[in-house]
Design a protein around this ligand. Structure first.
Ligand SMILES: Nc1ncnc2c1ncn2[C@@H]1O[C@H](COP(=O)(O)OP(=O)(O)O)[C@@H](O)[C@H]1O
Ligand SMILES: *[C@@H]1O[C@H](CO)[C@@H](O)[C@H](O)[C@H]1NC(C)=O
Ligand SMILES: *[C@@H]1O[C@H](CO)[C@@H](O)[C@H](O)[C@H]1NC(C)=O
Ligand SMILES: *[C@@H]1O[C@H](CO)[C@@H](O)[C@H](O)[C@H]1NC(C)=O
Ligand SMILES: [Mg+2]
Length: 350
């Protein structure tokens, strides 16, 4: 992930030359430098994680760790992990910044016993879906209702705007990095739809703020999915469909097939509510991507190029919506197209 967060503020040495001459010279030098660096600026390959080969099942590696280590046991969690302060809470877990062997880690504790089933489902999903798309599992203890994961200091996507607003992150608050985040997001959905545990639907996302709270921003400005407590299985060959919860859903963030179809005069009845498939995730992609693109210079230009694919995501008929892979391909094309035009436009200016 080099080239993602570097700053380009290296100063040039000054010499004693006549002011006008010096100005001209340095302008020429700057132009030449700029010209040479354009490719590097715009076409730097994103997301190359050196040595990111994953550990065997049941093992983890994080940060600067050289070797893979087995998931921590109950005993190790109890004696080696020191809880520091609470950093988050949802319906199922209370999350604490903690310390393990001088490393920062995240300790999640079940917050209410009624939610134990969701907690255990989330743990099964974390175990089975370990990959670059999912937060790294470090250990767990079912007896104590605890899960230990890698800590990400930038927190969830809920605080993306506040994070990018900080002066030290101004250099990554660009349409390029924001489109890259949208690509990460769609890659995660694509992974869940073709996961080692089958086609999984991201159910814990009935509104935008809730959805954002399930994903973490890494220090390298990429995304991982963190909360996997509601990932039911779709199996098209056996005709298995899903429902996200047992309550009536409202609003236009959720897909139209998730709404009660029988009108206001018929009271909601979960038994009569039809089930649906992974295309509900596709319906939500334009809203999440648009949030990720934000309102910086170039955001609207990207939105304009994504208009058609996003319109297709909002098809009333689920089967007519594109796949996550289709969307990802389009995002990549748009990123390359806009990079190429920026390079040639800037070259013309010089
Ligand atoms: N590994 C982590 N690093 C940093 N913050 C985290 C981490 N895990 C969770 N959090 C914070 O805690 C919040 C709640 O976590 P989550 O797993 O979504 O709990 P719940 O299942 O109750 O919704 C997240 O939205 C995020 O702000
Ligand atoms: C970020 O990338 C560097 C290498 O570029 C890697 O060593 C580090 O583990 C990554 N950090 C995270 C949080 O992914
Ligand atoms: C970003 O910073 C500006 C100025 O410092 C402030 O007015 C604005 O409210 C901030 N936005 C967020 C989302 O924190
Ligand atoms: C889906 O269903 C088919 C037919 O019933 C079965 O063979 C297959 O194993 C199922 N796939 C998953 C991931 O459960
Ligand atoms: Mg959550």
């Amino acid at each position: 992930m080099d080239g993602k967060a570097q700053d380009s503020s290296r100063g040039l040495p000054r010499r004693a030359v006549p002011p006008a001459m010096g100005l001209l010279l340095s302008m020429a030098l700057m132009n030449a430098l700029l010209y040479l660096c354009l490719d590097w600026f715009f076409i730097a390959p994103p997301h190359s994680t050196p040595g990111s080969t994953h550990c065997p099942h049941g093992h983890f590696r994080m940060g600067q760790m050289k070797n893979c280590s087995p998931w921590l046991s109950c005993e190790e969690l109890r004696t080696e992990v020191r809880q520091l302060k609470r950093v988050g809470e949802g319906a199922v877990k209370r999350v604490f910044l903690s310390e393990w062997k001088e490393r920062k880690v995240a300790l999640s504790r079940l917050s209410r016993l009624e939610m134990k089933e969701d907690f255990l489902h989330g743990l099964e999903m974390l175990k089975g879906l370990q990959s670059k798309h999912v937060v790294t599992l470090l250990g767990f203890c079912e007896d104590d209702n605890t899960i230990l994961t890698e800590y990400h200091p930038l927190g969830s996507l809920s605080s993306l705007e506040a994070t990018l607003n900080l002066s030290k992150y101004q250099n990554v608050n660009t349409w390029q990095h924001r489109l890259q985040l949208a690509m990460d997001y769609v890659s995660i959905i694509n992974y869940l739809h073709h996961s080692p545990l089958g086609t999984r639907v991201m159910c814990d996302s009935n509104d935008l703020p809730k959805t954002l709270s399930q994903y973490l921003l890494t220090s390298n400005f990429s995304l991982v999915v963190n909360d996997l407590d509601a990932l039911p299985l779709v199996n098209h060959s056996s005709g298995t469909l899903v429902k996200c919860g047992h309550r009536e859903l409202h609003g236009d963030f959720v897909a139209p097939e998730q709404l009660w179809p029988y009108g206001e005069d018929t009271p909601f009845d979960d038994d009569l509510m039809p089930s649906y498939d992974e295309k509900i995730d596709i319906w939500k992609i334009p809203d999440v991507s648009s949030f990720l693109l934000g309102h910086v210079e170039g955001s609207d230009m990207v939105r304009f190029h994504l208009f058609d694919i996003h319109k297709a995501c909002k098809s009333q008929t689920p089967a007519e919506r594109p796949t996550a892979q289709d969307i990802l391909d389009t995002y990549k094309k748009v990123l390359n197209l806009l990079r190429d035009t920026m390079v040639s436009q800037t070259r013309e200016m010089l």
